[in-house]
Each structure stands twice: as C-alpha cells, then as structure tokens.
Design a protein around this ligand. Structure first.
Ligand code: KIV
Ligand code: ZN
Length: 513
C-alpha cells in the first residue's frame, strides 16, 4: 500500500456520457491539456470503440499529452480492446480500462450471460488487454451490487491475468460510506493476490454521497486510486467531484494522511473550461468552484473573516485559482500578447490562420467590451472551435425590437447549409422572438428543454452573457453554448450551436457506465 493516491479523471469519458455533454475532438484535447496542467495522474480520454469521433479524440490526446497516463475505456471484448490499444498507440504512458457487469441483475437482464460466461470473458479480456499494453484496469460494473463471493473469484482471476488496477464501481450511486469502505476492505482481505493490484473507487452521486463514499473507500477500504470528474460531471447526478475530493484530502491531511499530486491552483480554470465547453453550469453554492464558495455575505462572518481569516475559512480561495480571475487584455493589446495569453491558457491553435481568426474575434469583442478576462478568451475560443468542427448553421447578424406594451420582434440573418437566410418572428420576449425566427426556417422539431443565461465573469452587467440551450429530439440531447455582451445574440449563437450538434452525424455506442 502506498501513501500516494492516484487521481484518475474521467471527465472526458464518464463525464461526457452525461446527456448533452458530448464534446468534439478539439474540445476534449483542450480539456486534456488543462487536466495535464492540473497534474492528474490518469486521464480517461474516452471510449475509443464507441464512435470514430471518440477514437480520433483518444488518439489525439494520447499523442499530445506527455505527463499523464492516457486511458481508454473498452468493453470486455477483443474488438473494443483492440480499438482502445490502436487509439492509445502514440501515448508515452497508456492504460486500457476494460469492464463487464457482475451484478446478478446486470448479468441476467442486460448481458443475458451466466456468471461462468462473465468470469471467462473477464479473464480473456484482461489477458488480451495485457498483450497490448502493460497497464490494465478492470472494473466489475455494478460491482457494489454484486455477490462478494463471485467478485472474489473474478478479481482473483483477472489479477492473475495481469490486471494492475481493480476498480469497484458504485455504478448506480447506491452505496453509503461505511458499507462501501467495508465492502472493499473485505474483498481485499479475502482475495489472496489482492496486493498485486492498486484498488480504485468509482462512485456515482445519485444520493449525493459520491465524494463521501470515495473517501471511505480510501480510508476504510484501502483504495489508492479515486475516479472523479471536474465539477462532478457525469451521468444522472454525476460522479465524485475532483475538486471536492482533492480539497478534502488536502484540507484534512491530518486525518487522511495521504498525498495527491494535483496542482490545485489549476482547479478553477479546469472547472470553468469544463462548464463553458459542455454548457453544464456550476451552481453558485457548489463547494470549491461555485461563485459563492468563498463569499461571506452575513455580517457576522464578514466581521470574523476581516479580523482573522480562519474564523470562517478552512481553505484559501486563491489557492484553488480564484485570484487568477484578473483582467488580461484590452483593445490595445496586440497579436503577440493575445497569442501569449492563448499559450498561458493552454490553448493550442492548429495553424497561424486559426490564430488570426481568433484574434479578429478578440478585437471585435474588445471594441465592445473594455476588459477582456481569461474566461472571455476561453468562451471565444470554445465558440470558434465548436464552429469550425461541423458548422451547418452560423449567425450573421440580428436585430430585435422590444418596447413596453409592444410585442417583441426579431429579424435574424444566418447561414444554413451554405445559404444565407433572413427570417423574422415575433415572440413573448426578444429571445423567444429570435429563437422562433431561426426555428421557422430550420424546422428542427426539437424540444427546448433548458435555457439558462449567466454572466461569464463577476456579477457586473458589463460581463458577457453566456447562454446554454439544451435541445432534445428523437432521444438525443444536445447542449449549445453561446456568449456575447448582448444576451439576445448569445441566445441565437447558443441555439445555432445546439442545432449544429443535433444535426451532426456522430452517433455513439452507449458506454454502459
Ligand atoms: O459507473 C460505472 O460502472 C462505470 C464503469 C464503466 C467503470 O463507469
Ligand atoms: Zn461510471
């Protein structure tokens, strides 16, 4: 057992499985670079066999990232494992994470396999994975609801086949901390070769206990890897949140007595990047990264903090990156300063032409908004990169009119599949009129299931508005994000971005996580 905890980030795999959170190759690459700066030990970059797009994303990340191990998920079959190994071929350090369900319910109803068949499949898969890479993780899916005797048999066998990490997923978020910790402890004690692998926790947050369960798996169970995601992104109620679990381990090191290699000053940037890219807004009272996480509104608290910070503060906001929220550029800034800032933010442009396009957008923004913050640059680049990926629709211009007592009107000019379209509509408000104008031409038939608007930086009205639109159609859910100092323009951009995703052809095999 080691005193170092492995932080395994699965934002780009389990996080991305969250409906509407799917990301393009370039978006994933940008987040992977931020995870590398965060000094995450293992980045689960995707599920290579799920789609060609995800294969390309895992491959690009494997080739670009040098300091973290790059992992791909694979179901327990040779085809998936082969795809994962091919995608990972260019990595400095690679891992295949293979899984098969072991709970009676999943084996019988989902896999329609007997326990003996699952046992054989698990062994064969780990054997094949080990023939392709040296670092193999095995997960018995729905492990926490599996029969411990059967789990002991499977895990002992896969360790014999060479699995180097054994992960115990609480796939449906059913565990409670003490029981989950003891579950892992019991397995480790019963399995004769358990010391030949690192044990890992993977907890979903359906009952709001993912972080607590993960910590119990470490403290009681002796696990030394935690699987987690930025902002707790993930299916349903999400996964264990990286920022929360890492800060708990650091802040209560007196109790846990374990080291994590994370550079916590990169936490806030990672959180912002994931939220802006996916359109999953961070709630204000979210621990560590929520806008209110370090704000003291009550007079008693403010008074206490002014006298001595530790009266009400157990962590320092600046340690996790809050002070980095500073003005960086303005309209007099030149191309070199802009390029340097892109580099500092870890944004890599494919070509000088891409830098020029982004710089032109930056200048346009700087003409309308005097202070340009890191978040503005990230939003601008997100929009650029999302646009360049598969742009069927893009905004050209819009005008709208609203007056007390009058019905708002909007006229929108946009490009649809190569042709410039002008449409107009009225609506309940200017945003409603704008989206109706676009929809009157596109006729997507999609249901708008979420619309939200937030200030990108601080609470000031000078901030850019960031709009998230979620559309649902034929079982597919997509998020579009748009930003602009004018929230009606931001709404149109967000709607068009969601339509681009909805009409892109990428379909994936569902990861069973
Ligand atoms: O939740 C889960 O069981 C998973 C597995 C694929 C590890 O995500
Ligand atoms: Zn999962």
């Amino acid at each position: 057992m080691t005193d170092k905890l492995v932080i395994f980030d699965t934002t780009l795999r389990d996080g991305e499985q969250s409906p509407g959170a799917s990301m393009t190759r370039d978006e994933k690459l940008r987040i992977a670079r931020q995870l590398e700066r965060l000094k995450v030990d293992v980045i689960e970059a995707g599920f290579a066999a799920s789609s060609n797009g995800d294969f390309e994303a895992v491959k690009a990340i494997a080739e670009a990232i040098k300091d973290s191990t790059i992992c791909s998920l694979a179901r327990a079959n040779d085809k998936d494992i082969g795809r994962a190994a091919d995608a990972l071929a260019g990595a400095v350090s690679s891992r295949i994470h293979t899984f098969i369900a072991t709970s009676p319910l999943h084996m019988e109803k989902k896999l329609r396999m007997t326990a003996d068949q699952v046992f054989e499949q698990a062994k064969l898969s780990v054997r094949y994975a080990r023939s392709r890479v040296a670092d193999v993780e095995f997960s018995p899916e729905d492990g926490y609801r599996s029969d411990p005797d059967f789990l002991c048999r499977v895990i002992e066998a896969v360790i014999k086949e060479g699995a180097t990490t054994i992960n115990i997923p609480d796939t449906v978020g059913y565990a409670v901390p003490e029981l989950y910790g003891n579950f892992i402890k019991n397995l480790r004690e019963r399995i004769p070769n358990s010391d030949k692998a690192i044990w890992s926790v993977h907890c979903h947050n359906d009952l709001g206990m993912a972080v607590a369960n993960s910590l119990a798996g470490v403290q009681i169970g002796g696990a030394r890897q935690i699987e987690c995601t930025i902002n707790g992104l993930g299916e349903r109620a999400g996964n264990c949140s990286l920022e929360e679990v890492v800060m708990a381990l650091r802040t209560r090191r007196d109790y846990f007595n374990l080291d994590v290699g994370i550079d916590i000053s990169q936490i806030l940037s990672a959180s912002r990047m994931v939220s802006q890219t996916t359109g999953f807004v961070v709630q204000p009272n979210k621990a560590i990264v929520g806008a209110n996480a370090f704000a003291h509104a009550s007079g008693i608290h403010q008074d206490g903090v002014l006298k001595a910070r530790d009266t009400y503060e157990i962590m320092r906001a600046e340690d996790v990156g809050w002070s980095a929220n500073k003005m960086v550029l303005g309209k007099l800034s030149g191309r070199n300063a802009f390029k340097q800032r892109l580099q500092d933010l870890g944004i890599v442009m494919e070509s000088e032409a891409d830098v020029n396009t982004a710089f032109a957008k930056f200048k346009e923004l700087a003409d309308r908004k005097s202070d340009i913050f890191d978040e503005d640059i990230l939003a601008l680049v997100s929009e650029e990169q999302a646009g360049s990926a598969a742009e069927l629709y893009s905004l050209v211009s819009l005008s709208q009119r609203s007056e007390t007592g009058e019905q708002p009107q909007a006229s929108v000019v946009f490009v649809a599949k190569g042709a410039e379209i002008s449409t107009a509509s009225s609506g309940n408000g200017p945003v409603d009129a704008t989206l109706k104008a676009i929809e009157s031409h596109v006729d997507s038939g999609a249901e708008l299931v979420l619309y939200s608007v937030n200030a990108i930086t601080s609470g000031s009205t000078e901030s850019q508005g960031e709009v998230t639109v979620r559309l649902q159609h034929s079982g597919r859910v997509v998020n579009g994000v748009g930003s602009d100092p004018d929230i009606v323009v931001a709404s149109a951009k967000a709607y068009l971005s969601a339509l681009n995703k909805l009409h892109s052809s990428s379909q994936r095999v569902a990861a069973q996580g």
